[in-house]
Design a protein. Structure first.
Length: 573
């Protein structure tokens, strides 16, 4: 047994698994079996598999005085238990035995449970990772576990053998390891975290369902202090001063061995929504200029010192030691943790704040205004022309086309179009009703609903034959009625106004002018003909202008609605 943090954290091995434990003095035992694998380690077509294994491993393991839980974060998978030492030992022994040889008889049931959870969507905070990292690495955590439909018993068993090994595990306890604890995990190596590669090189805003600030900072204890200060700053501004938010939040999440993401945000009331994003941005830009940070930093130092020196809170040191071991970072002693907290200055916090600002992503609610000088993330405009391809079923009032070639899939109108290159497609979500959703590596999505297009079934058949099998991700039924064709009158009325009525008015006026000499013999026809001619010209001109503007306004409004619909099934990067 080895003491790591003075006399606070001890390390020993349990069946080859490093165990970090403290003497809390509590009669119960709190335990966490931690593995160095998380959402960032899953590819898009296997996303959700680790969560599925975690659910299956915990099935029917709680009861009595034993409380259990599990979680999959960006970098780790955890199995938690609180109860008597005997019950916790039995739980840990059972989980270790299960992950070493998974019983997957209930796979289909648990897959359906997770599919229902996934259909509820991810939070704006989780989607912030996808906006930053795309459809891989930490960005996977915001994409609703799209790979669940590909999970089979054989594939999950292979995944369990690869990640749930004694070399890739660590155990955390707030008491000495029970004598009857048996962690019969297979041999295996530690899986180091992969470097998180951000797609964002400068600050941007984007549209989402809530206000979220996020930025990349160096991985350290100070990053957690910055997150705490941001939370208090938003509480002061949005709750105490504006009264527009109930519970602003913030947290810090490591994404690789050297970096983490600080996130903060709030759910804003409808009344305060209009300029809320501007106010949050201003708060971030003015952060610390009024001396407020200096005062709050003193409070945070005292709170964290108290938590570190409380024996009931020492398990946090054991957690930190286990995570550092798995992430291949130096394990810090209690004295080192205290020294970092006591020595933190406003200048240290400002240095991290500068990095957050330089990598800022700010989510702005769809209905909120935005007037500050930051560019907005939007899909890249297609360079592919749209003079051919499948027409909308509502052509000619809807002039959209869908063009599928060996190089790209392009959708929209000549003025508003988007493309996804075939080589950039990361996944094709397939739904039983025929809907296909293409997702590229940056997590931009494109919906291909066959009922919207003339010959749509043929287009889907071609899409289904274009990519390697692993890229097709089966999804649960999509509860959305197929598109319906509007009436012929509604399809053709704008065309009639634009192409027929206006020329007809011009033709009638021209004929009247040509026949003017014939009708000049009678005084009453002279008095009648001139007003008729000029009236015809006036009506034609007004009709021409109204028709053109109405048609343009209708098409622009339709294109904007279609562009929003094309992005709302997945995260809209």
């Amino acid at each position: 047994m080895e003491s790591l943090s003075g006399s606070t954290v001890f390390r020993t091995d349990v069946d080859g698994v490093p165990c970090f434990w403290v003497r809390s003095g509590r009669p119960t035992l709190t335990a966490r079996l931690l593995f160095r694998t998380g959402a960032a380690d899953e590819s898009l077509h296997e996303s959700g598999w680790t969560h599925l294994l975690e659910h299956l491993a915990l099935h029917d393991r709680d009861g009595g005085g034993l409380q259990v839980n599990g979680s999959v974060s960006v970098l780790h998978t955890a199995f938690d238990a609180v109860g008597s030492p005997e019950a916790v030992a039995a739980f840990l022994t059972g989980v270790a035995s299960w992950v070493s040889g998974p019983d997957l008889a209930e796979l289909d049931r648990e897959r359906r449970v997770l599919a229902v959870e996934a259909q509820q969507g991810t939070s704006a905070a989780r989607r912030a990772f996808t906006w930053r990292y795309g459809a891989c690495g930490p960005g996977i955590i915001g994409l609703s576990e799209l790979g669940l439909g590909r999970a089979t018993a054989e594939r999950l068993s292979e995944r369990a053998r690869r990640i749930f090994t004694r070399g890739n595990a660590a155990l955390v306890l707030d008491g000495p390891p029970p004598a009857d604890l048996d962690l019969a995990l297979p041999e295996g190596s530690l899986v180091p975290p992969c470097a998180a590669e951000s797609l964002i090189s400068r600050p941007f805003v984007y549209r989402d369902t809530g206000i979220v600030i996020s930025g990349v900072v160096p991985r350290s204890g100070r990053a957690g202090v910055l997150a705490d200060l941001l939370r208090r700053s938003l509480i002061r501004r949005l709750r105490h001063e504006d009264g527009s938010a109930y519970s602003p939040w913030a947290w810090y999440e490591p994404v690789d061995a050297d970096h983490g993401v600080v996130l903060a945000g709030a759910d804003i009331s409808t009344q305060g929504l209009n300029d809320a994003a501007d106010r949050v941005y201003d708060e971030l830009q003015n952060f610390g200029r009024d001396g407020w940070v200096d005062e709050r930093l003193v409070d945070i130092r005292l709170e964290r010192e108290q938590a570190l020196l409380d024996p009931f809170g020492w398990i946090g040191l054991a957690h930190a030691a286990a995570r550092s071991h798995l992430d291949q970072r130096p394990i810090r002693t209690l004295e080192e943790e205290l020294a970092e907290i006591r020595s933190a200055t406003p200048g240290d916090i400002h240095a991290d704040l500068v990095q957050l600002r330089n990598s800022l992503l700010l989510a702005v609610p769809h209905d909120a205004t935005w007037s500050r000088p930051l560019p907005t993330l939007i899909p890249p405009r297609s360079e592919v022309g749209l003079n051919s391809g499948a027409r909308s079923i509502n052509w000619p009032s809807d002039r959209s086309r869908l063009l599928v070639t060996d190089e790209a899939i392009t959708m929209g109108t000549q003025d508003h179009r988007r493309s996804i290159k075939v080589d950039d497609v990361a996944a094709v979500l397939t739904y039983p009703e025929g809907l296909r959703i293409l997702l590229d590596r940056e997590a931009w999505s494109m919906n291909l609903e066959p009922s919207v297009w003339q010959g749509g079934d043929d287009v889907v058949a071609r899409i289904d034959a274009m990519f390697p099998p692993d890229l097709y991700l089966p999804q649960p039924p999509h509860e959305q009625p197929p598109a319906t064709r509007i009436s012929a009158w509604r399809r053709w009325r704008w065309v009639a106004l634009d192409k027929a009525l206006v020329p007809l008015g011009l033709t009638v006026s021209a004929l009247l002018m040509l026949s003017l000499p014939v009708f000049m013999w009678a005084s009453f026809t002279r008095r009648l003909t001139v007003p008729v001619v000029w009236g015809g010209w006036f009506i034609a001109a007004v009709g021409f202008g109204i028709g053109r503007e109405s048609l343009r306004e209708y098409r622009d409004r339709r294109d904007r609605k279609r562009e929003l619909r094309a992005q709302d099934v997945l995260v809209s990067r």
